[in-house]
Design a protein around this ligand. Structure first.
Ligand SMILES: Nc1ncnc2c1ncn2[C@@H]1O[C@H](COP(=O)(O)OP(=O)(O)OP(=O)(O)O)[C@@H](O)[C@H]1O
Ligand SMILES: [Mg+2]
Length: 102
């Protein structure tokens, strides 16, 4: 199959943030693997308060960049939930979600 035949796997939701984005991020029991099936994230949970600055530290290949890609919905998680300001990112307009992340 050619690249152009690849089905679009990421579907936009239709919710918008009701006010300006605060940035409260909640990650709940997230599992994720790329297409090769190797689990990169296993049952990951964390709460990140709005306006906080955090650092994510880990060995090379431990999944730091993957986490950012999941926040932006470049890939879909296999299990669990990610919310921003209480809204599941899968229910947000992709445009609004990506606009909210710098
Ligand atoms: N597109 C992809 N397809 C398959 N596996 C991938 C893909 N991208 C990353 N991986 C694998 O997922 C795991 C996590 O990679 P990731 O890039 O998130 O790590 P990282 O913590 O950001 O590492 P680094 O510190 O080197 O930036 C690694 O085992 C990597 O080989
Ligand atoms: Mg990285």
């Amino acid at each position: 199959m050619g690249l152009l035949d690849t089905p679009i796997a990421i579907h936009s939701g239709n919710k918008t943030f009701s006010t300006s984005v605060k940035g409260e991020i909640s990650i709940v029991n997230v599992d994720f693997s790329y297409d090769n099936g190797v689990k990169v994230l296993k049952n990951l949970s964390m709460d990140i308060r709005a306006k906080s600055n955090i650092g994510i530290v880990g060995a090379t290949g431990s999944g730091k960049s993957t986490l950012v890609k999941l926040l932006l919905r470049f890939y879909e998680i296999d299990h669990g939930k990610i919310t921003i300001d209480g809204i599941n990112i899968q229910e947000l307009y992709l445009h609004d979600l990506r606009l909210a992340i710098a």
